[in-house]
Ligand binder design. Structure first.
Ligand code: SAM
Length: 206
C-alpha cells in the first residue's frame, strides 16, 4: 500500500481547513473531507461524481468551497432499498441530496440499486469521483470499475472507508497488490485516492 502522512499530504495539496462544527453530523469526518477539499483546491475539478451522496453533507461543503465545480452528480439508492451490509441499513436517506438540491450544479440520481443500475454512458466524463456508496466487496469492485471508465486520464478517484470497512480495505489492497500500489492512503483518515493514468479508457466520450 502506498501511504502518505496527512500533514505531508496537506502541505503538498492543501492547506484545507474546515471548522469542526461543519461536520458534526456526518458519515465523513472533518479530516476526511479536508483531503477531498485539498484535492479540489489543487486540481479544480469541473465535473464531480459522488457515489453515495446521502443527504449531501460532504457535497454541500465541497460545493460551497469550490466555485470551479460546474456539475456535481450525486448517486444513491431509493429509500425503500437496502445496501448489502447490515451495518449500512440506517444510512439510506429519505431524500438523497436534500441539502444540495437547490444548487443548480447538482444532479441527484436515485435508482433502486444505486450505482449498480448505471451504465458508463449514464454518467459524464468526470474530473473527480468519490466512492462512498455500498461498502460490500462486490459493490466497491463495481464502483471502482465504473469510476475507472468515467474519470478522465489525469482525474482523481477517491474511496472512503479504507481501513474502516473490511471489504473496502480488501478491495483496495487487492488492487494495489495486482497493479503496483497506485492507490494511496492518507494516514489519520479513511480516504485513499489514485490519479487515473492515460490508458485511453475514458477517451472519446462526451
Ligand atoms: C456513508 S453514506 C455516504 C455519506 C456521504 N458520502 C457523505 O460524505 O456525506 C453511504 C451512502 O451510500 C448509499 N448507498 C448504498 N448503496 C448504494 C449504491 N449501490 N449506490 C449508491 N449509493 C448507495 C446509502 O444510501 C448512503 O446514502
Amino acid at each position: 500500500m502506498s501511504i502518505i502522512e496527512r500533514q505531508l499530504f496537506l502541505r503538498i495539496f492543501g492547506p484545507a481547513h474546515l471548522e469542526p462544527a461543519a461536520t458534526q453530523v456526518t458519515y465523513t469526518s472533518r479530516e476526511d473531507i479536508e483531503v477531498l477539499l485539498a484535492l479540489s483546491q489543487t486540481f479544480r475539478p469541473k465535473i464531480v461524481i459522488e457515489i453515495g451522496i446521502q443527504r449531501g453533507v460532504t457535497s454541500k461543503i465541497l460545493l460551497t468551497q469550490a466555485p470551479w465545480i460546474e456539475k456535481y452528480v450525486g448517486i444513491d439508492i431509493t429509500p425503500d432499498a437496502r445496501p448489502t451490509l447490515e451495518g449500512q441499513y440506517d444510512e439510506v436517506p429519505l431524500k438523497a441530496g436534500e441539502l444540495v438540491s437547490s444548487d443548480p450544479r447538482v444532479e441527484v440520481v436515485v435508482r433502486p440499486n444505486g450505482s449498480r443500475d448505471l451504465r458508463v454512458t449514464d454518467l459524464p466524463v468526470a474530473d473527480l469521483m468519490f466512492i462512498d456508496g455500498d461498502h460490500s466487496e462486490t459493490c466497491v469492485l463495481h464502483d471502482t470499475w465504473l469510476a475507472r471508465q468515467v474519470v478522465r486520464a489525469g482525474g482523481i478517484i477517491c474511496w472512503h472507508d479504507y481501513n474502516n470497512v473490511t471489504d473496502v480495505t480488501k478491495v483496495i489492497d487487492d488492487f494495489n497488490i495486482r497493479e503496483g500500489d497506485h492507490i494511496c492512503s492518507v494516514t489519520g483518515t479513511w480516504v485513499c485516492f489514485e490519479f487515473r493514468r492515460d490508458d485511453g479508457r475514458a477517451e472519446g466520450r462526451a
